[in-house]
Design a protein around this ligand. Structure first.
Ligand SMILES: Nc1ncnc2c1ncn2[C@@H]1O[C@H](COP(=O)(O)OP(=O)(O)OP(=O)(O)O)[C@@H](O)[C@H]1O
Ligand SMILES: CC(=O)C(=O)O
Ligand SMILES: [K+]
Ligand SMILES: [Mg+2]
Length: 576
């Protein structure tokens, strides 16, 4: 892709761009090599421009006059995710996916080919769960994702998810899973076993476990996927009777109920970010991950603390901090946590262990709505397609659950075990993708424009100008049936304000920062581009029109609403 290109502009300002290797190719007839003007027709010319973005060198020559403007643009480039580009070209603006997709990477998907398949399938963010795997393993995955991004033009961002200091089981001595059957007696022990554990024995990471738990307490694995009743305590060993059978997964979370109520005192004593988490966070900063998701957040304080730590320890770009809502405390302090964070995850797995399952859907709706109002991206996570860990098709109920999350207009959906260790990661991702596309289309067909009142969120007058501009631009885009909103943004803030309005058309977000570009990957409807721009909006627009037309991503006649950070302007333009 890094071949040099020859670039010819005719007097009618049509452009022909061909790889230099082709120019010397004997297969080209002499008349092509001379580029007679009558051979220049709009269509094949634009089609042949698709290499421009990665041109390492552009040589310009002409028989007629050269348009000075075009000459400027010829030496610029624009970067966009290769998968989105294909989608835009094949299906047009309207049908690009608005809901973003996150895949947890694990043994099933850490290979080059598997990662590439996920990227091609629409993965916007790869999640690494620090509960599992060594740092070397995570480093390897990060390197692979980066290499794929570079070599194949993807723009997959990386999210690191901390372990947190909750109580969990050991790693099952390397086994993928263990089956607990009804009526079996299992031992949960804080002993460190040298050799493989004896049969039906599970190690527990928290030293005080045997002391804290009481006979007749109910022990829940993964929030109730498997249940035990404590029948006897013998020193460090706790004997439990399996009352609800199921699959035990490595490092699964443990909670316990006493007289039907969650025992929480101990968790309140533990720090949200454990000493192991801090080492992982240093690792994440050193590796330059894009997002750090913090498990079991209880208040805004820990988020603020982490943000200042990141600011002090990372050079320049910063890392976005995502707070995971998966405890009672996080629901109690929801608003302050959302305000302090760069994004939120509805971590339904553990949340469902902490509050009654039947309360999870309303909690999800409340969190998604509040995030939208406060303009923070929100991820709906866990068990979206759980049955696809084992089966190639989802249940109807799972499809309905995914649809609901899309209908609520959450920014992103996340796969966990389905992509980390399931048998059908690509198929699961495909289901998320096709259900998202279908529900989004249905929403537009039904003309179910937002009725949600978006409260004013800006604290300064300048910010509220930006907010009003974005609200108006989104409204105009809907009313005029615009093909896209273009937003020129340095920090990404203006792009997120447009995204917040969930307009009918896609939002092209132009930024100069590679970090902001990856970060915008998490936000609803945004198609992030990297391109340099100035405070001359007229020039910016023409440059982007030119570059995007050259790549076949827009065409003459498309109606664009353009807004910018720099000038706080709105423009309505038809692509020339
Ligand atoms: N890096 C990994 N190495 C091995 N197995 C993994 C890895 N990441 C995930 N898994 C497997 O996939 C399952 C689901 O992944 P996920 O990250 O959602 O787990 P989780 O432990 O339930 O999440 P969390 O701890 O954040 O609540 C895990 O239980 C584990 O079996
Ligand atoms: C994702 C996660 O941490 C959970 O659902 O518990
Ligand atoms: K985690
Ligand atoms: Mg969790």
């Amino acid at each position: 892709m890094s071949q040099s290109l020859k670039f010819v502009i005719s007097s009618r300002s049509q452009a022909l761009i061909v790889p230099r290797s082709l120019l010397s190719s004997p297969s080209l007839t002499p008349s092509h090599q001379k580029f007679p003007e009558q051979n220049l027709t709009q269509k094949p010319i634009w089609a042949s421009c698709s290499n421009l973005g990665s041109a390492s060198q552009v040589v310009v020559c002409s028989r007629g006059g050269i348009k000075a403007g075009s000459l400027d643009y010829a030496s610029s480039s624009i970067e966009v995710d290769a998968v989105t580009e294909t989608e835009l070209k094949e299906n047009g603006f309207r049908s690009t996916r608005r809901t973003k997709l996150i895949c947890t990477i694990g043994p099933a998907t850490c290979g080059f080919e598997e990662l590439e398949a996920l990227a091609v399938g629409g993965m916007n963010v790869a999640r690494l769960n620090m509960c599992h795997g060594t740092r070397e393993w995570h480093r390897m995955v990060i390197e692979r994702v980066r290499r794929l991004n570079e070599d194949k033009g993807f723009a997959v961002a990386i999210m690191m998810d901390t372990e947190g200091s909750e109580v969990h089981m050991g790693d099952l001595g390397g086994a993928q899973s263990a089956k607990a059957e009804d009526g079996e007696i299992w031992t949960f022990s804080v002993r460190a076993w040298d050799a493989p554990c004896p049969e039906h024995t599970i190690t527990v990471n928290y030293e005080g476990f045997a002391e804290d738990i009481k006979v007749r307490d109910e022990l829940l694995v993964d929030g109730g996927m498997v249940r035990f009743e404590v029948i006897e305590k013998i020193g460090p060993d706790v004997k439990c009777l399996c009352t609800d059978p199921g699959l035990l997964l490595p490092r699964a979370n443990l909670t316990f109920l006493r007289n039907g109520t969650l025992v929480r005192e101990r968790n309140n004593m533990l720090p949200t970010i454990s000493s192991k988490d801090w080492i992982d966070i240093d690792f994440g900063i050193a590796e330059g991950v894009d997002f750090i998701a913090v498990s079991f957040v209880k208040s805004a304080e820990v988020i603020n603390h982490l943000r200042s730590y990141i600011a002090a320890h990372s050079s320049g770009s910063g890392i976005a901090v995502v707070a995971k809502i998966e405890s009672i405390e996080s629901l109690q302090n929801l608003e302050e946590i959302i305000e302090a964070s760069d994004g939120i995850m509805v971590a339904r797995g553990d949340l469902g262990a902490q509050i009654p399952l039947e309360e999870v859907p309303s909690a999800q709706q409340r969190i998604v709505k509040l995030c939208r109002q406060l303009n923070k991206p929100v991820i709906v996570a866990s068990q979206l397609l759980e049955s696809m860990i084992e089966y190639p098709t989802p249940t109807r109920a799972e499809v309905a659950d995914v649809s609901e999350a899309v209908r609520q207009r959450s920014d992103a959906l996340m796969l966990s075990g389905e992509s980390a260790m399931g048998q059908y990661p690509d198929k699961a991702l495909h289901v998320l993708r096709s259900v998202s596309l279908r529900i989004e289309k249905w929403w537009r067909e039904e003309k179910q424009h937002e009725s949600m009142d978006l409260p004013k969120i800006s604290s300064s007058f300048t910010d509220s100008i930006s907010e009003q501009i974005c609200n108006s631009a989104a409204k105009m885009a809907n009313n005029l049936g615009a093909d896209a909103v273009f937003v020129y943004t340095n920090t990404g803030h203006m792009a997120s304000l447009v995204s917040r309005c969930r307009p009918d058309c896609p939002i092209f977000a132009f930024t100069d920062s590679p970090f902001v570009r990856r970060r915008l990957n998490l936000q609803w409807g945004l198609i992030p581009f990297r391109v340099s721009f100035t405070d001359d909006m007229e020039k910016n627009l023409h440059k982007t029109f030119w570059l995007l037309k050259a790549r076949g991503m827009i065409k003459a006649g498309d109606l664009i609403i353009a807004v910018s950070d720099l000038l706080q302007s709105v423009q309505v333009m038809t692509v020339p």
